[in-house]
Design a protein around this ligand. Structure first.
Ligand SMILES: C[S@@+](CC[C@H](N)C(=O)[O-])C[C@H]1O[C@@H](n2cnc3c(N)ncnc32)[C@H](O)[C@@H]1O
Length: 218
């Protein structure tokens, strides 16, 4: 599987997948998109100080890293479950520029990546990371989540990730008032989310995208 390092328009790294023909983040700004879709329009709205996060598609670890930084800055405790079927090689991870976002804690970014798959690790006193190398279309999740980062490749290249069956499984494993955010606003995604019971909001998107989605379990 060929994956290539790219630099997005805000200067932060992303990765291009030759298999799907897509980058892991918006080419208009990887850091900017992750902050907008998952932190500012997702995690920051969770009311509890102890938050269980589920990530679909760990990829470069950017969302986990930004969540860790957010937890440190806000004094929150996060248990973070990340699912990824095709982990990136260390040779590529080592080229990512994300450590520069928080240089004082750069060893924690390395730790986030070096934690073995299928284990849970304490990254810091307030951040626990569990990494699972599993296919999310068939696996069962292990938690009850307050926040879900749905960060799969697009429905055009991976339609099997965006089905009612997958969303139903996630919905069942979320707390009341749990939030799911995603960059994708396609009609089939909105319909599938609504059918399993989510309440949908269409919000302004990050640079280069008109909209994004926030879904609530109410
Ligand atoms: C858009 S990228 C994720 C970007 C990631 N959140 C980041 O910040 O780098 C989608 C990810 O989903 C992973 N993936 C693809 N199929 C999967 C599956 N069936 N189960 C779990 N992960 C999958 C890909 O390998 C890729 O890392």
């Amino acid at each position: 599987m060929q994956r290539i390092l790219k630099t997005s328009e805000d200067g932060s790294s992303t990765v291009y997948s030759e298999q799907t023909g897509e980058t892991y983040h918006s080419i208009h700004g990887a850091y900017t998109e992750s902050m907008h879709v998952f932190i500012n329009n997702g995690l920051s709205l969770v009311k509890s100080n102890k938050i269980n996060v589920l990530e679909i598609g760990f990829g470069t670890g950017l969302n986990a890293w930004l969540s860790y930084i957010y937890a440190i800055n806000k004094g929150l405790e996060i248990s973070y479950d990340a699912y990824e079927l095709y982990p990136l090689p260390f040779s590529l991870v080592n080229l990512l520029t994300y450590k520069d976002i928080y240089p004082e804690k750069q060893e924690k970014f390395e730790l986030i990546h070096s934690v073995p798959w299928e284990t849970t690790a304490k990254i810091d006193h307030n951040f626990y990371l569990s990494k699972k190398c599993s296919d999310i279309t068939v696996c069962t999740f292990n938690g009850i989540y307050d926040m879900v980062y749905f960060d799969a490749f697009s429905p055009d290249s991976q339609p099997e990730m965006w089905t009612g069956k997958v969303f139903e499984k996630i919905f069942q494993d979320m707390n009341h008032e749990g939030i799911l955010t995603t960059y994708c606003v396609k009609g089939i995604v909105k319909r599938a989310l609504k059918e399993v019971g989510f309440k949908i909001e269409v919000l302004p998107g990050p640079p280069g995208k008109r909209h994004m989605l926030r879904a609530w379990k109410m």
